[in-house]
Design a protein around this ligand. Sequence first.
Ligand code: NCD
Length: 310
Amino acid sequence: MDFSNRDVVSIRDFGKEDILHVLDQAGKAMPVARGERRSDVLEGKILANLFFEPSTRTRLSFETAMLRLGGSVIGFADASGTSVAKGETLADTVRMADSYADAIVLRHPMEGAAKLAADFSSKPVINAGDGAGQHPTQTLLDLFTIKMEKGEIADNNIVLVGDLKYGRTVHSLTYALSLFGANITCVAPPTLQMPPEIVSHLKGVGGRFNQSESLESVIPGADVLYVTRIQKERFPDPEEYRKVEHAYRIDNALLANAKRSLIVMHPLPRVNEIAPEVDSGPYARYFKQAFYGVPIRMAILSLILGKGEM
Ligand code: NCD
């Protein structure tokens, strides 16, 4: 299992053992992530954060992870202040970052952008979201959250709800869960269901999978409720968005029939799909989940750029 200088373009590049190794390393990174212990294993290393789409957690947690390990960060949170505004291509922007930094984190609206960047860069490229494609490091932190909060990933009833068509987090997560033998239920309006190629992959590997439109009916059996935002920016037609923007809302009344041990996750940002009253209840894990992005990204960066030590 050699992670050194490896690209992280798709979660499908990772086997189950690879994933478990990253989660294990993230567990070891916890004291450093919390600021209780110092580490300088990435001293002298530079990370380039290239964000062509909005981000709060992904960009800041990569930055935090790098700084907590003694490394440095360059980059941009908005391409409008860069030469992209003058018409520079993604390939040329990536070539520049490649010559300044030791690794590149890229978020871009075009599906396949991270793969393209990896082809143009000699340095490792980490996909921080490519359009409606994938978001592999989010999946690693989602799996870490399930492991930390539920003990095991296997055999949980995991309900994915919301925009399963355009939501890249649920695409990567479904592929990864298919390695762990979790039971997946997809709840979405018919127009926003999981892409057929992902469903057939899941069925092809013998995954336990079903689809529903009714959230109420699946809540009592759920161990993990993974809520997603309707991805407004990806709808070609604003009218289509308006038809589904209020499709699901998680509130205390809906959760009244849930198992006591249910956990509610969300990659964030949320818009209106989880009522604020849920935040202070026993089920909410989404803010903790966002924190877990720091140890997970420390684990990934130290494995790719260092010796995996923390
Ligand atoms: C997600 C994303 O960018 O795909 N956010 C994140 O990275 N935590 C989810 C979203 O934007 O809805």
